[in-house]
Write a protein that binds this ligand. Structure first.
Ligand code: DI6
Ligand code: FE
Length: 408
């Protein structure tokens, strides 16, 4: 045996292994780990025990083990909040009145600009901890509230720093094309040329970017704007994703597919052509029921079309101060089921295997299979459906990150 070898026995596994049916369930299962990676996950009777004599053994007492959860779309690093704006909306204030009172996305931009990197880390940690408390082991975090080169770099760097503070893998996405700041109002072209593209180059040069995203919408950036950004990302060899078809159908899903995007996200207004193009390109549909719920959207994403064409579906919190102040993947699953009629299997796959696909990390995380990172969530539940069914209850027993016990 090697130092650090560990075996979890007497476990019920939801492996999410695509080679097994459904959730890839294994009763009487075991997971063996070496050097932070999965050596074996399957029926205990098939454990390669000679290789593992003397390994530390942990009895799961029949508990369920899933892959560590993955939140594949968040704006978790930000400063301040928009609770006042929420209160005004409840009292009937219009978008314009809120903007005039200093609310909306520009208020988050000024909060981020006036907070230094350490301050961003400090403000973001409680949100991260809420996710980790539910068994999350990988979180994607976007920039997009800085909107100057320096402030975008500051957000990305703060996001990366979170992985030094907690046992979690952080994946960073450059979202310079999120909103046009006040100083560039009506001048999207200038903003893209003077800030978004130079910011992309600078952040990439500092190794701060895993993927490039944009908000393609009437109130944000046009498909033509996004082509500029995607062409630049392609030149740098960076994968892309897109906030697409959230409030209207600008054919963002098809655009994302054309660029071989890892994911297209939101997708309430996506049509059949978009769904089919995504399936063909292997672009994951990331559904964000928290934003749908919070803005009281009524148009649902075309889940039936995604099923029909075989477009993989992931679920994420979209944790952001304006449209989804949500820090629970368990609640996100419940919303995916109740609001979008996803099955239990689709919900659980959506925050594990398909979420890994949305980050281009299916080789590394998202299922319990040999060779992958030993990121596990161990649950006090009698059956997997409980993870989706409950509202506001957390049955996590323990969280394992790279084979080690992780806090929260
Ligand atoms: N889609 C959204 O719903 C948010 N950003 C995005 O790309 C809105 C962000 C905010 O209002 O702060
Ligand atoms: Fe978002």
């Amino acid at each position: 045996m090697a130092k650090g070898d560990r075996i979890w026995t007497n476990a019920r596994l939801a492996t999410l292994d695509p080679g097994r049916l459904g959730l890839g369930i294994v009763e009487g299962g075991a997971v063996a780990v070496r050097d932070g990676r999965i050596l074996f996950a399957g029926p205990a009777a098939e454990l390669p025990s000679s290789e593992l004599t003397g390994a530390e053994t942990i009895d799961c007492d029949g508990r369920w083990v899933t892959p560590g959860l993955i939140d594949c779309h968040t704006h978790l690093v930000h400063a301040g909040n928009r609770a006042r704006e929420f209160e005004m909306r409840l009292a009937g204030a219009s978008y314009e009145e809120i903007a005039r009172a200093g609310g909306g996305i520009v208020s988050s931009v000024s909060s981020v600009r006036s907070t230094d990197e350490d301050g961003l880390v400090r403000e973001s940690l409680p949100r991260l901890d809420a996710l980790l408390a539910e068994g999350v082991t990988t979180v994607e975090i976007k920039s997009g509230y800085g909107l100057t080169v320096a402030d975008e770099l500051k957000m990305l760097s703060a996001a990366r720093k979170l992985s030094e503070k907690r046992d979690v893998a952080i994946v960073t996405t450059y979202l310079g094309a999120h909103a046009t700041p006040a100083e560039y109002k009506g001048r999207n072209g200038d903003f893209l040329r003077e800030v978004v593209l130079p910011g992309l180059e600078a952040a990439h040069a500092e190794g701060l970017i895993d993927a490039v995203d944009g908000f393609c919408e009437g109130i944000a950036f046009s498909p033509e704007d996004m082509r500029l950004v995607f062409d630049a990302a392609e030149k740098l060899g960076l994968p892309v994703k897109l906030h697409a078809d959230q409030l209207s159908n600008l054919h963002g899903a098809a655009l994302a597919a054309e660029y071989g995007a890892l994911s297209a996200d939101h997708l309430e207004y996506t049509d059949e052509e978009g769904a089919a193009a995504m399936a063909k390109a292997g672009t994951v549909a990331v559904l964000l029921p928290g934003a749908f719920y919070f803005i009281r959207e009524t148009k649902k994403p075309p889940v039936e079309l995604f099923r029909k064409h075989g477009t993989p579906m992931a679920l994420a919190t979209d944790c952001n101060p304006g449209t989804s102040p949500l820090t629970s993947l368990l609640l996100t699953m419940n919303m995916g089921a109740t609001l979008f009629a996803l099955t239990v299997e689709e919900c659980i796959a959506g925050i594990t295997r398909e979420a890994a696909g949305a980050l281009g990390k299916l080789d590394d995380i998202g299922t319990l299979q040999p060779g992958k990172a030993a990121d596990l969530a161990i649950w006090d539940i009698a059956e997997p459906a409980e993870l989706v069914y409950r509202i506001g209850f957390n049955p996590l027993h323990s969280r394992i990150r790279a084979g080690r016990d992780a806090t929260f």
